[in-house]
Design a protein around this ligand. Structure first.
Ligand SMILES: [Zn+2]
Ligand SMILES: [Zn+2]
Length: 374
């Protein structure tokens, strides 16, 4: 179900020029009124106040006049503070988190200003189901940007410092509605995929079951080997998981593919990739994997799935057949695979592996998969 307040990608034109009205405003001045939608106030603590109202929805008068506030800020800052060596502390309060293009520009900006620290407090996460947007946020994080969801104090600070409140008292009512969800989501986005998963998570999400109620997440444990050395190191293993929210579709497989393309840009090298999945891929992910394999000609992929996702549905069956035809090795996770996962992807703190309850419906699922691929 789509939230109508979430703008569509077509609403934003990344390349459109900055309108000439893109100027910082003094706090005392009234903010420019936009009849359709007024959002996003990035702010720097060093200037008196920098605020820029912009439209995130197509504007009936001049829809070409979209200007991402982050880029407006960067260009204003370069102009205002030409000295690259000074120490700056910059804080932004954003109504929407940055898009991938802005994230990239911010990272470049931080390479320019070596002594600048940037903290971003965002009220909402923009397209957080899209792997590219997630990757953008991760890149900001890796570049040392502090990222957080706006909480009560931040709203109050904004009210006090950037809002022409004419003495009206701050009220937190309605401001924190989805804070918990967004904070958890951001944490997951910024989670290092190389971190191991909790033993209880593994025990709950990985058993071979025919009916697995309550398992609405899909976990993907991956291992990447490169032909040249074939010696594993920690950076070649990790875990992705899919999203909880119904309209934030980002399957674990897609997270992996976007991470891999970023991490291993060389399409000609020889790679050996292994996935251990709690659920087998859906038709859409299967298609994406097939495209990915056409890109990386020297990559072999083996998928060990614990359970078959909608195995009775012909579309899902076809997806698996397409993977098989594209040369993907497909199998149901068996005892050794579970033990391998326990040893390599679970934060087991020395606890011994136990196969109990993991193989309940193995025989049925293995026969079913064989039948599908026949
Ligand atoms: Zn942007
Ligand atoms: Zn999928």
């Amino acid at each position: 179900m789509a939230d109508s307040s979430v703008p569509r990608p077509s609403d934003l034109s990344e390349d459109s020029p900055h309108p000439s009205s893109c100027l910082p405003l003094a706090c005392s001045q009234p903010q420019p009124r936009c009849p359709w939608k007024e959002v996003t106030v990035p702010v720097t603590s060093i200037s008196s106040c920098y605020s820029q109202a912009t439209t995130l929805q197509p504007c009936p008068v001049h829809s070409w006049a979209t200007c991402h506030v982050e880029q407006c800020f960067l260009s204003w800052f370069r102009d205002q503070y030409p000295c690259r060596d000074e120490y700056y502390n910059v804080t932004w309060f954003l109504s929407w988190s940055p898009c991938p293009t802005c994230a990239k520009k911010v990272v470049e900006f931080l390479e320019e200003y070596r002594n600048l620290t940037l903290s971003i407090f965002t009220s909402r996460l923009y397209y957080f189901g899209d792997p590219n947007y997630r990757q953008g946020l991760r890149k900001l994080w890796d570049a040392g940007v502090q990222l957080d969801i706006m909480f009560c104090d931040d709203f109050e600070y904004c009210w006090d410092n950037f809002v022409d409140h004419k003495g009206m008292r701050f009220q937190r009512r309605n401001l924190l509605k989805d804070y918990d969800f967004l904070a958890a989501e951001l944490q997951e986005i910024l989670r290092n995929p190389m971190d191991r998963i909790d033993p209880n998570t593994f025990r709950f999400h990985f058993p071979n079951l025919l009916y697995a109620s309550g398992r609405k997440l899909c976990f993907l444990c991956f291992q990447v080997e490169r032909e040249d050395d074939f010696s594993y190191n920690d950076s070649d293993r990790g875990v992705f998981r899919n999203k909880v929210h119904p309209w934030a579709r980002c399957h674990a497989e897609e997270c992996f593919l976007s991470w891999f393309r970023d991490q291993y840009p060389y399409r000609d090298e020889y790679y050996n990739v292994t996935w251990f999945l709690s659920w087998s891929p859906c038709p859409t992910c299967a298609e994406e994997v097939v495209e990915f394999l056409e890109e990386y000609r020297n990559l072999t992929l083996s998928i060990f799935a614990s359970r078959l996702y909608y195995f009775w549905d012909p579309n899902y069956q076809e997806g698996l057949c397409k993977l098989w035809d594209a040369g993907v090795q497909l199998d149901i996770m068996f005892c050794d695979d579970f033990e391998y996962c326990w040893d390599n992807f679970v934060d087991h703190k020395g606890m011994r592996f136990q196969r109990r309850n993991l193989l309940k419906d193995y025989d049925f699922l293995a026969a079913e998969l064989q039948e599908i691929l026949r």
